[in-house]
Design a protein around this ligand. Structure first.
Ligand code: ADP
Ligand code: MG
Length: 238
């Protein structure tokens, strides 16, 4: 089980309010996509959910428990960023197992978890390679593998595919959808790509300037956009 509730979340940076009272309910195993133009606050919101950024006010709850004061390592979630810096001197296996090593998970158990993730991501033949000997898509899979080994109940993806070329993005989209099925996890996914949002989401959250403009299924937003901004962003004809 992994539900997420945001209750009137506000974030100020040096007196400027960049998140202006966001409410959101994410159900167990839902695939929720945040969309909106650059600078609207998508990453800030994700970082607050992850615990990498404090909230100025408002409450974040996972499975009904307030987590505002809980550190990122103890929230049961894992985040995959756009810039998925891998450790260049470490093999794929060591990159994927690194957080487990930090958590002092014994070597045999670490290997078992890494192998299981590698199987899902089709990285088994590449476990001994260094990142520089991998393609962009393979590197991104390693970054996702690093998240999977921690067995999080919530995955946070912040524009994970934006550094990949168009064909690879399409392939990775399909793989992420399969992953969502296989892992039974709740996923929150940030993109500024309308097609990604429309094809992947159970629920889309449209953000503009720190405010939620509309929340709904892709079809609800497409057919019943609340305003011109949503219509324009979702690409609906109205
Ligand atoms: P997005 O991910 O939607 O592009 P961000 O969440 O990165 O947007 O940024 C939202 C706003 O907050 C922007 O105006 C950005 O400049 C500002 N911002 C983000 N992080 C900081 C920070 N650490 N200090 C000051 N301002 C920030
Ligand atoms: Mg961002």
């Amino acid at each position: 089980m992994a539900t997420l509730h945001l209750n009137n979340i506000v974030k100020d940076f040096g007196g400027t309010q960049v998140i202006k009272g966001v409410d959101l309910e994410v159900k167990d195993r839902e695939f929720v996509v945040f969309v909106g133009p650059s600078g609207c606050g998508k990453s800030t919101l994700m970082r607050m959910i992850a615990g990498l950024e404090s909230t100025t006010s408002g409450e974040i709850a996972i499975d009904g428990e307030r987590v505002n004061e809980v550190g990122p390592a103890d929230r049961g979630l894992a985040m995959v960023f756009q810039s998925y810096a891998l450790y260049p001197h470490m093999s794929v296996e060591d990159n994927m197992g690194f957080s487990l090593r930090l958590a002092k998970v014994p070597k045999a158990e670490r290997r078992e978890k890494v192998l299981a993730a590698a199987r899902i991501l089709q990285l088994e033949p590449l476990l001994d390679r260094k990142p520089k000997a991998l393609s962009g898509g393979q590197r991104q899979r390693v970054a996702i593998g690093r998240a999977i080994v921690r067995n999080p109940s919530i995955f946070l993806f912040d524009e994970p595919l934006s550094n990949l070329d168009a064909a690879l993005r399409v392939q990775m989209r399909i793989e992420l959808a399969q992953l969502h099925e296989e892992l039974d996890a709740t996923m929150i996914y940030v993109t500024h790509d309308q097609i990604e949002a429309m094809t992947m989401a159970d629920k889309i959250v449209v953000l503009q300037d720190g405010v939620v403009e509309q929340i709904g299924s892709p079809m609800e937003l497409y057919h019943h956009p609340r305003n011109r901004f949503v219509a324009g962003f979702i690409g609906s004809p109205k």
